[in-house]
Ligand binder design. Structure first.
Ligand code: FE2
Ligand code: FE2
Length: 189
């Protein structure tokens, strides 16, 4: 459900189905299969939509852990901020909420990148420049998205949230894992 007007459509659809259920029950009687199929659809549609919506939110999984406590703690915080942004996308919670959700996620992403870059540099990680290059590229993409949001508002927020979510999860599970053996060998916990 992308916004409140979609939510209204779903409420109208369910309401219509309930009315049709009642009419069909009265017309055909409970022995007929059709009214029961309609009851199943009336219950099944909201359950299905709720499941689809839940897929948009990210849950921390143990497999995301890189085994370095302060990095994991940052990644958990980023996931929580991604979910705030998803809330802004799906529930149309108002300009103030969504701008704050977007800015908080971008600001914390920058804070986190700085932590990783400081650790990599301090401990002489060989692929530092390539890793930092990915961070820099992401931040410059985000700047373009924020200008887009300034111009178009809520309607582009879903696209921005999708980009941030996919990029961060992929980065956490891919590029970030590469520095782990080196940092752990240097005693970083
Ligand atoms: Fe990271
Ligand atoms: Fe990183």
């Amino acid at each position: 459900m992308k916004n409140s007007s979609n939510m209204l459509l779903v409420v109208l659809l369910i309401g219509t189905l309930i009315v049709v259920d009642i009419v069909v029950f009265v017309a055909l009687g409970p022995a007929h299969v059709v009214p029961w199929l309609l009851v199943a659809a009336t219950i099944g549609i909201p359950v299905f939509l709720r499941k689809q919506e839940a897929k948009e939110f990210v849950q921390w999984k143990d497999e995301y852990s890189v085994g370095i406590e302060r990095i994991d703690s940052d990644h958990k915080k980023l996931i929580s901020l991604i979910n705030d942004l998803e809330t802004a996308v799906h529930y149309n919670a108002g300009d103030e909420f969504e701008r704050k959700a977007l800015e908080s996620l971008v600001a914390y992403t920058q804070t986190h990148f700085k932590l990783e870059e400081d650790l990599m540099q301090e401990h002489g990680y060989a692929d530092f420049e390539a890793h930092k290059g990915q961070h820099d590229q992401m931040i410059s993409n985000v700047e373009v998205y924020i200008r887009d949001y300034d111009k178009h508002g809520h309607k582009v927020l879903g696209k921005i949230a999708e980009y941030l979510k996919l990029w961060l999860i992929e980065h956490i599970n891919g590029t970030d894992r590469k520095y782990v053996p080196h940092l752990r060998a240097k005693g970083v916990k």
